[in-house]
Design a protein around this ligand. Structure first.
Ligand code: ADP
Length: 598
């Protein structure tokens, strides 16, 4: 229950709604209690008339009718006002909780996303927020009124005949105890169900995101099977959970029926004994009816509360994760512009330094050891070496996505670990192997690096990136929609948009991580022409698979098993007989073989 209160505290700005709903609940209870009294008055008047003891004047009948309709109408209006406030409040609550969750995810360290599937994150978010808001909505719209009504019913029955009130007071905790007895077991099943749903959702998201791979390997049936397997498990779990719950419910309701039979019997006996008028009897029977409703709803309330408790636990589990403090500062920053400030480092001086850097991913052995490297401002430096050697990891450290285990990375005189991330990121432009575009228009994608860019600036960047001509050929030009992750574009086109995006960013440091590796020779040439223009005047770090793309660099660094193996100019390394020379000869022999085949 603590976590539910935490949710209420986290959404304390909604207090006007909470207050409005409480006021409506009190008014609803009062008006719903008015009807039994009006009916009691009417019954007594009718009984007296029938018995001939007292003649009921017409005005009294009119009064009953007016009072009854007025109470009903007021109750209906208040119920709907309360319902409206509840609807708006729960949506506002959903908005607040979802936004905070998203904000939290955005400031979590990269390592969190290394180990969680996107679909799982989304599934967990949706479930936890839906269940919490459902509970709060139900609590405010129904349960709160029920509590007030029940207290009033107990008070009124006690005033008429105290044993009635005593019995009612005893039933509530007993029934609640019986219900909560089932809750522990229920929670275990629920957690297991959610685990399966999260796994299936995680996979679902991956499959839909890479549906082409699934299709081309003909794995539709297998994926469907895996999905069904997890969802089928939830059926079995629900059967066990629900059958247990409903069996317990039979026992609970049996207990309730017995107690209420006793209560009604007491009322009839007291009426027969002449202690109650027929009107009193009618009133008390109605009040008992009003008490049965909240008691029998208790199991439903407990059920919703349990889900909400589980949901809020999931919610706070993520909310309590330690954020990356620098990312937090970045999100909180109000500067709003990504525009790069001038570098302190002068041309020819060290702009980037890796000093004794060691790094390993969470819970794993080091993938980089004792890296020492200085990159001068304006220098173009290539990283070469076998796959898995640590090249991309080195770039991730430079971006400040991870902190080194040992040593430090210095950019423009600032140690990254304590640097202002906004400043750092504004200084680094990137082009990856996968262009990583978003759905939306081409113009929006190019301007992702600088949303305030004008159309002219976007076009100029596209021209430099060799992209303008093909963009113009689309019917809607720069306003063409490119589909999810740019699915409607070819690899080379996507990559040229990514290059235009980096050109528009105009950052002094550039990271090219296998930017042309996935392209055919023709597309590679088109992209490379754009990259060449992009690199002019920028300190560039290039990871390249194809050595042809790095012949014009100033220096080459070869990495092997997380260590720097060699550093030198392309000529020096070609002569040294190391990894680079070996890769060169491999590529040469590959080319010769290709020529022979042609
Ligand atoms: P390269 O770019 O040279 O191919 P990487 O930097 O991508 O090499 O990878 C270096 C090592 O780190 C590899 O052994 C790889 O399996 C591991 N690695 C890369 N990314 C992650 C990650 N997010 N979590 C755990 N290990 C990773």
């Amino acid at each position: 229950m603590k976590s539910i209160f935490r949710i209420m505290r986290a959404t304390h700005t909604l207090w006007p709604y909470y207050t409005g709903i409480i006021v409506c609940s009190i008014l609803m209870s009062v008006t719903s209690l008015a009807s039994p009294f009006i009916i009691k008055g009417a019954t007594d008047a009718v009984v007296n008339s029938v018995n001939g003891t007292e003649q009921t004047p017409m005005s009294v009948i009119v009064w009953f009718a007016v009072a009854y309709f007025a109470a009903q109408l007021f109750n209906t209006v208040i119920t709907n006002v309360g319902g409206f406030l509840g609807d708006v409040m729960s949506q506002k609550m959903r908005t607040i909780l979802s936004t905070r969750y998203f904000e939290k995810l955005l400031v979590l360290p990269q390592s969190y996303f290394d180990s969680e599937l996107t679909g799982t994150i989304i599934s967990r978010l949706n479930r936890s927020i839906t269940e919490v808001t459902n509970f709060v909505k139900m609590f405010s719209n129904t349960f709160f009124t029920m509590i007030i009504t029940t207290i009033a019913v107990i008070g009124i029955s006690g005033w008429y005949y105290w044993p009635l009130a005593l019995l009612l007071v005893i039933i509530f905790p007993t029934y609640l105890w019986l219900t909560s007895k089932t809750s522990e077991k229920w929670q275990v099943w629920e957690a297991e169900k959610n685990k399966n749903i999260d796994i299936a959702s995680g996979r679902f998201n991956e499959v839909i995101g890479q549906v082409r791979v699934v299709k081309s390997f003909g794995q539709e049936r297998r994926e469907l099977g895996l999905f069904k397997k997890h969802f089928n498990k939830t059926i079995g779990l629900t059967q066990a959970q629900s059958s247990f719950w409903h069996r317990m419910d039979v026992a609970r309701r049996g207990f309730l029926d017995l107690v209420f039979f006793g209560l009604y019997l007491m009322i009839f006996l007291r009426t027969l004994a002449g202690d109650f008028t027929i009107g009193d009897m009618v009133l008390l029977i109605q009040l008992m009816g009003m008490a049965v409703q909240p008691i029998s709803s208790l199991s439903w309330v407990v059920d919703t509360a349990q889900r909400a408790i589980a949901g809020s636990k999931d919610y706070f589990e993520v909310m309590e994760l330690a954020p990356d403090q620098r990312a937090l500062a970045l999100v909180a920053s109000t500067s709003g512009s990504q525009k790069s400030q001038p570098l302190k480092t002068l041309a020819g001086d060290d702009l980037i330094r890796f000093e004794n850097v060691a790094f390993g991913y969470e819970g794993e052995a080091n993938v980089l050891n004792d890296i020492n490297l200085s990159v001068k401002r304006g220098e173009k430096i290539a990283f070469v070496g076998e796959s898995g050697g640590g090249k991309s990891t080195l770039m991730a450290l430079l971006e400040g996505l991870y902190d080194p285990r040992d040593g430090k990375v210095v950019v423009d005189g600032d140690v990254i670990e304590s640097a202002d991330l906004e400043k750092l990121r504004s200084r680094i432009g990137m082009v990856f192997q996968d262009a990583s575009l978003f759905s939306g228009t081409i113009a929006e994608n190019i301007a992702y690096s600088r949303p305030e860019a004008t159309r002219e600036e976007i076009i100029r960047a596209a021209e430099k990136a060799n992209a303008h001509a093909f963009i113009e050929k689309f019917a809607d030009g720069y306003d063409s929609l490119i589909g999810e992750r740019g699915l409607k574009l070819s690899g080379g086109q996507k990559q040229r948009i990514a290059v235009a995006r980096a050109i528009l960013k105009d950052a002094p440091i550039l990271i090219l991580d296998e930017a042309t590796s996935a392209l055919d020779t023709k597309a590679e040439r088109a992209v490379q022409a754009g990259l060449d223009k992009l690199m002019v005047g920028r300190t560039s770090l290039i990871i390249a698979h194809r050595l042809s793309t790095i012949s014009a660099v100033d220096r080459i660094v070869t990495l092997k098993d997380g260590n720097i193996d060699e550093v030198g100019t392309p000529d020096e390394l070609a002569r040294s007989g190391g990894i680079y020379a070996e890769l060169l000869s491999l590529q040469d022999s590959g080319k010769k073989a290709d020529k022979k085949r042609l």
